[in-house]
Design a protein around this ligand. Structure first.
Ligand SMILES: [Zn+2]
Length: 130
């Protein structure tokens, strides 16, 4: 089961991230407090966003500006390159709740061969096809 803490404020599922899945220099997810190996994560505008840091639920849907220009840009990039939408994820969490979201993510991204999680950046299971 995917841990709720692995869902980033933007709706990204860190469990599916290449940086989280790799065996070496593994990232522990956006919500983890230790410094990130990946600069793109450490310098992330959402991670460093004032509204997110001070919001009680820590998700972009709590923000009055959602979707801001930057989140839209991120969403477009992920929809185009990785067939995943931050905004769809956020809406699903908001509408149906975290448990339901995690269940649907597990169903969608579980590798049929090994039962591990498919990497959203590579579009395949890194255990079965490294
Ligand atoms: Zn596999």
């Amino acid at each position: 089961m995917i841990q709720p803490d692995l869902i980033a404020p933007c709706g990204m599922n860190c469990a599916l991230c290449q940086a989280f899945q790799r065996p070496k220099n593994k990232c522990l997810g956006c919500r983890d407090k230790t410094p990130k190996n990946a600069k793109s994560c450490e310098n992330c505008f959402i991670k460093n966003c004032e509204t997110i840091r001070t919001s009680p639920a820590h998700f972009c849907y709590d923000c009055p500006d959602m979707p801001c220009k930057k989140l839209k840009h991120l969403d477009t990039r992920y929809r185009t390159k990785y067939a995943m939408s931050m905004l769809d994820n956020l809406n699903e969490i908001k509408e149906k709740g975290m448990d339901s979201f995690l269940k649907s993510q597990t169903a969608k991204y579980t590798c049929p061969t090994c039962g591990g999680l498919i990497c959203v950046h590579k579009g395949r299971c890194l255990t079965c096809e490294p």
